[in-house]
Design a protein around this ligand. Structure first.
Ligand code: ADP
Ligand code: MG
Length: 767
């Protein structure tokens, strides 16, 4: 059944060629016990390795059941070793970190036999060698003789046709040797057993055929094969190790070096910890910033003011250059360049009625409120204990934002609470805005006749009235000029007056930035301004001032050839109520999300307009948001880059550790190969090990990061009062574990490949 035809094997070491086998012709019967005798170095082990498919012959042919092995593929050799051959070595060659039972099962595991069948079979052979009770021990808990029995059990487990034993008793005492030989003799009953020994007595006692070797040549054969028919067809089942087996094997191996594994994982998890913490923090801060933006920044209006400074990055950096005297400031060029001044950057917004109309038509779902600030004066008469005084509305009153329907909508409801009376609904109704301690600006109170630091009851304020005197009553034409009517008693009772009533007292809600910024004073509705404007814009004084090139009240002349002169005239016209175009418009977006939409609509106004006619708004919330967002992003990127370096370093470290592990496990690689493991399976074993370490260090990293979040949050809360800032996004955690896995697999890839390329014969030779 087994036939060697002119087998030669030589080894090359440098220029020296060692002929280990010099053309061996030898046949074996299906069932016999052959002892190979010969001095050390005569080629016995080489022959056995070639028969066992562990080593390759240089020339000749090995014929198995009538089939030449010249064209055998690696996979066929692996399968042959696994199914047809059982090896017994002098040094037992058991895998130290798995149990006796698992050692015996290994060959069957490699050929994919089910776990229960494997176990049954393994226990049966262990019983046969008398070690059933030791099945769960580790190899180093057994004596030499016992270990050799395990090796015999392992060789028998997969029911091979051929048992190859290389000096199986070489390391045993005489008594144990005899026991082992008895065992081998017994199993030889129905198998081909080829045993190498240099003990002629043992050979004579047990073998039924003795073959002698010397210097790589066959010198005698006690019972040569004459002519044996080969009957059995050659077919062998292929082997393959499942990834689960590889995992189990590696897991057991890792268990034997817990300390090192933990330190390795810890070291390689540092990168993960770093990145996880940074992500948790930046994620948490982003959430806080988002919340802050929604809470606070959405209360910030979009402001359209008469002048805005516009500057792009280029001009900004030019300005910075000018401010910071720097080495490279001097140029060698012989040319003159313009220096950009702030004036060049100022854009004048011509806020016209056209523009206010455009705003009034914006979708009311986008706007929470609008306030028009005007420098138009309302002439107010105020009576205090029969003493009447004239007050300019500009000193005591301001508008609050209203929605597009002229109501005090969401902006007011969100930011203010009514603490007394009722909110004004009519044009002639006012509310008084007080601060958190019910205080009102003392200048305003002084105008109302309150000088002492005396508390004023709510009811007393609510009873107060103002009379709005229209331009035509207050200003009387006198020659080319106008003079103010000083007879307040008469004016006070004029039937054209509008009587303003104070109906309620409001106060900012807690946490409202808008309310904090609003100060105190009386608040009127846009409807009041509209009502007065309607009358005053057609008043005599306005008409006269429109045509005049001097101030009709003071007779001061305007130099209308200069922009200052034009501005001065416009200021007095606006004061008198000539135009209802506001000076400043504040637009409050309905909510954070509608702001983008709103700014798009405002941008659209400028489409196709000349540069000078464009209206450029200022979005303070946007500036703050993008600033904070950008800074966060930049810091995050930089910190992650640093941690990424430690991640790469740790994956290199994994590579080194895996390399050491490969060196340590060389023997195991040899054993596995002898049992029929493919190169692929060896790669798998090591990939499984890196997989475990990668997964473990990833999990460890995330775990430690989560734990570190607790003190980090405590510190942050202490410093900023923000609770639970560091929050690790679960998606980030999963991604980081995957990255750790991938990096360690990459780090371990080269060592794993290296392991699979190891020559099994050499691997077995290592100690
Ligand atoms: P035996 O088992 O009979 O003691 P071996 O088969 O181990 O002898 O070795 C036969 C000869 O081949 C010896 O001279 C040995 O030095 C040589 N040899 C074996 N393996 C190698 C190798 N990998 N490289 C070089 N020479 C080797
Ligand atoms: Mg030998």
């Amino acid at each position: 059944m087994l036939e060697l035809k002119n087998i030669k094997r030589h080894y090359k070491t440098g220029d020296f060629v060692q002929q280990a086998l010099k053309g061996i012709n030898l046949s074996f019967r299906k069932n016999e016990f052959v002892a190979i005798l010969g001095p050390s170095g005569s080629g016995k082990t080489t022959l056995l390795n070639i028969i066992g498919g562990l080593d390759r012959y240089s020339s000749g042919d090995l014929i198995i059941n009538g089939k030449s092995t010249k064209k055998f593929s690696n996979i066929e050799w692996d399968a042959y070793r696994n199914n047809c051959i059982g090896f017994i070595f002098q040094s037992y060659n058991l895998i130290g970190h798995i149990s006796i039972l698992q050692n015996v099962e290994m060959g069957m595991t490699l050929s994919g036999i089910s776990a229960s069948k494997r176990r049954k079979k393994a226990l049966a052979v262990l019983e046969k060698v008398g070690l059933k009770n030791h099945a769960h021990k580790k190899p180093n808990q057994l004596s030499g003789g016992q270990m050799q029995r395990v090796a015999i059990a392992r060789a028998l487990a997969n029911d091979p046709d051929i048992i190859l034993a290389d000096e199986p008793t070489g390391a045993l005492d005489t008594k144990t040797s005899i026991q082992i030989m008895d065992l081998i003799k017994e199993i030889a009953k129905d198998k081909l057993v080829i045993m190498v020994t240099h003990n002629p007595d043992l050979a004579k006692t047990y073998a039924n055929r003795i073959v002698e070797f010397k210097d790589g040549e066959l010198i005698s054969d006690s019972n040569p094969v004459e002519n044996e028919k080969t009957t059995k067809k050659f077919s062998i089942k292929k082997t393959s190790m499942s990834f689960l087996t590889a995992l189990k094997l590696s897991f057991n191996n890792i268990k034997t070096k817990k300390g090192r594994t933990i330190i390795t994982s810890l070291a390689s998890s540092i990168g993960i910890i770093g990145i996880a913490l940074i992500l948790a923090l930046s994620n948490g801060f982003k959430i806080q910033i988002d919340k802050f933006e929604k809470d606070t920044l959405s209360q910030m209006p979009i402001i359209i003011s008469p002048q805005v400074v516009i500057s792009d990055e280029k001009t900004q950096s030019e300005i910075m250059d000018t401010l910071m005297s720097n080495e490279n400031a001097y140029t060698d060029k012989k040319e003159i360049y313009p220096l950009i001044s702030v004036q060049d950057l100022v854009h004048n917004n011509k806020i016209s009625l056209d523009y206010t109309n455009y705003i009034e038509q914006i979708d009311s779902n986008l706007i929470g409120g609008i306030a028009y600030n005007r420098s138009t004066n309302m002439n107010l008469l105020y009576k205090n204990n029969d003493k009447i005084s004239l007050i300019s509305s500009l000193n005591i009153m301001s508008p609050l934002p209203e929605d597009l329907h002229g109501n005090w909508g969401d902006v007011i409801n969100d930011n203010f609470e009514l603490i007394y009376g009722h909110m004004s609904t009519e044009a002639n109704e006012l509310v008084l805005l007080v601060d958190t301690k019910n205080r009102v600006n003392s200048e305003i109170l002084k105008l109302l006749g309150y000088n002492q630091e005396k508390a004023i009851p709510f009811d007393e304020i609510l009873g107060k009235e103002f009379k709005v005197i229209l331009n035509n009553e207050l200003y009387t034409k006198y020659g080319d000029n106008f003079i103010m009517n000083m007879n307040y008693d008469q004016l006070y009772d004029n039937e054209n007056n509008i009587t303003l009533k104070i109906t309620g007292i409001i106060r900012g809600k807690q946490g409202s930035k808008f309310a904090e910024l609003s100060g105190s004073g009386f608040c009127y509705k846009e409807a009041l301004m509209d009502l007065i404007m309607e009358k005053n814009s057609n008043s005599d004084i306005v008409k006269a001032q429109t045509d005049a090139d001097y101030n009709v009240l003071t007779k001061a002349k305007f130099d209308l050839t200069t922009s200052e002169g034009i501005d001065a005239k416009n200021t007095i016209l606006t004061y008198l109520g000539a135009t209802s175009a506001p000076m400043v418009i504040q637009i409050y977006p309905k909510d954070f999300n509608s702001k983008d939409e709103l700014t798009k609509v405002l941008d659209a106004y400028n489409d196709g307009k000349q540069e000078s006619d464009k209206i450029i708004y200022t979005d303070y919330a946007e500036t703050i948001t993008s600033l904070s967002g950008n800074i966060m992003d930049a810091i995050t990127v930089v910190l992650i880059a640093f941690s990424a370096i430690s991640l790469i370093v740790s994956s290199i470290m994994i590579g080194i550790i895996m390399y050491i592990s490969v060196l340590e496990r060389t023997k195991e690689i040899g054993i596995l190969r002898a049992l029929g493991a493919r190169k692929k399976d060896i790669t798998r074993v090591f990939n499984a090990e890196t997989f475990i370490i990668g997964l473990f260090s990833g999990l460890l990293g995330i775990g430690i990061a989560l734990i570190l979040c607790i003190p980090a949050n405590a510190i942050i809360e202490n410093l900023t009062q923000l609770p639970n800032v560091a929050q690790l996004n679960p998606v980030h955690a999963i991604v980081l574990i995957s990255i750790s896995l991938i990096l360690t697999l990459i780090g371990g890839y080269i060592p794993a490949k290296l392991a699979s390329k190891k020559n099994p014969v050499e691997a077995l030779r290592t100690e």
